[in-house]
Ligand binder design. Structure first.
Ligand SMILES: Nc1ncnc2c1ncn2[C@@H]1O[C@H](COP(=O)(O)OP(=O)(O)OP(=O)(O)O)[C@@H](O)[C@H]1O
Ligand SMILES: [Mg+2]
Length: 310
């Protein structure tokens, strides 16, 4: 079983407009769609798409939290969350007819120290019976950074591999916990190291630097350019096949879910990269976030090139 952890879940609503968004007027929404949102939930859908057992965990609250659980169940994903007093937030993505989008992200309600402690207990209980744990995305207000780093450290102490997808200060601090794997994109690793990470040499140097600081595997995702992976066994560069993108949102999250599957299945390092990249590219070909056709992913895997760099 793979457990994904979403501490700052949301209901993601998309509003499709018939005319471009304008200021200070009434806008009529042509169609709207709600999904169980948050990076860990995208990763959980990806694990389910791979055909592996998954339990999505984290924190949800109130009526919106219940709606999130219902939407998740409709996606075929089991949930085991801590129920907080504050309502789960809603994030709205307004889609213009010309393809532009404007996002409104609610701040979310503050969680209490008791809810933080309950989340830790829940995740550690699940980690005890999981093959891999993934910790994805941001943390709600009231969830101390120390507690977040401690959570990853505690999961690692159970002996269950822990993959972390984080950015900014959370990524900087979580490196101290020595996670099994982190998956920054080019901007996120650049921000972490405080320098431009542009060329493939710079990406490789940056990834190896984090391995040197105690992270097991560093995968830097590079959008259409593919990804680079560094770990104790070596460094590999993956090239994604050229495709007509349908919806790239959540490709990084899909990659994290698929890496968890690859680890659970005991694949060798370069095959893990190929498998996870193919699933992420398959996500780009599907309109929904984190869901994809595994037969499409299998055919993309045979067109995904993985080359050893060192
Ligand atoms: N246009 C594309 N063509 C082929 N593969 C793609 C494309 N965009 C993304 N991918 C695949 O998805 C992986 C992850 O994408 P990306 O680097 O955009 O992640 P990200 O920035 O973390 O995204 P997010 O956080 O929104 O999920 C890439 O490494 C690649 O394998
Ligand atoms: Mg990402």
């Amino acid at each position: 079983m793979i457990c994904t952890v979403t501490l700052n879940a949301s209901i993601d609503k998309s509003y499709r407009l018939a005319a471009p968004l304008a200021d200070h007027t009434v806008m009529r929404v042509a169609s709207c769609h709600a999904t169980a949102g948050g990076k860990g939930l995208n990763a959980a859908r990806a694990v389910a798409a791979c055909g592996e057992e998954v339990v999505a965990s984290g924190i949800v609250g109130g009526h919106t939290g219940q709606l999130l659980l219902d939407l998740l169940a409709a996606d075929g994903v089991a949930g085991d969350f801590v129920h907080a007093r504050g309502e789960t937030r809603t994030c709205i993505n307004v889609l213009d007819p010309d393809g532009g989008s404007t996002e409104f992200l609610e701040p979310g309600e503050e969680v209490t120290p008791a809810e933080v402690a309950a989340a830790r207990e829940k995740v550690l209980e699940l980690a005890g019976r999981a093959d891999v744990v993934t910790v994805n995305g941001s943390i709600p207000q009231g969830f101390p950074l120390e507690a977040y780093v401690g959570l990853v450290r505690d999961v690692m102490a159970t002996g269950t591999p822990c993959i972390v997808d984080a950015s900014g200060e959370r990524l900087a601090r979580v490196v101290e916990a020595g996670p099994t794997m982190v998956k920054p994109n080019r901007d996120e690793i650049g921000q972490l190291l405080g320098r431009e990470v542009r060329s493939m040499d710079e990406v490789a140097t940056a990834a190896r630097e984090l391995v040197g600081r105690g992270v097991g595997t560093v995968v830097v995702s590079l959008g259409a350019e593919g990804a680079l992976m560094a770990c104790a066994e070596g460094t590999w560069r993956g090239r994604a096949p050229r495709i007509e993108v349908v919806n790239p949102v959540g490709s990084g999250d899909t990659m994290v879910g698929a890496f968890a599957v690859a680890l659970a299945r005991g694949m060798e390092a370069p095959e893990r990269l190929r498998f996870a990249m193919a699933c992420a590219t398959a996500n780009c070909l599907s309109p929904s976030t984190g869901s994809f056709d595994p037969t499409v992913a299998a055919s993309l895997a045979s067109r995904t090139e993985v080359e050893r760099l060192g």
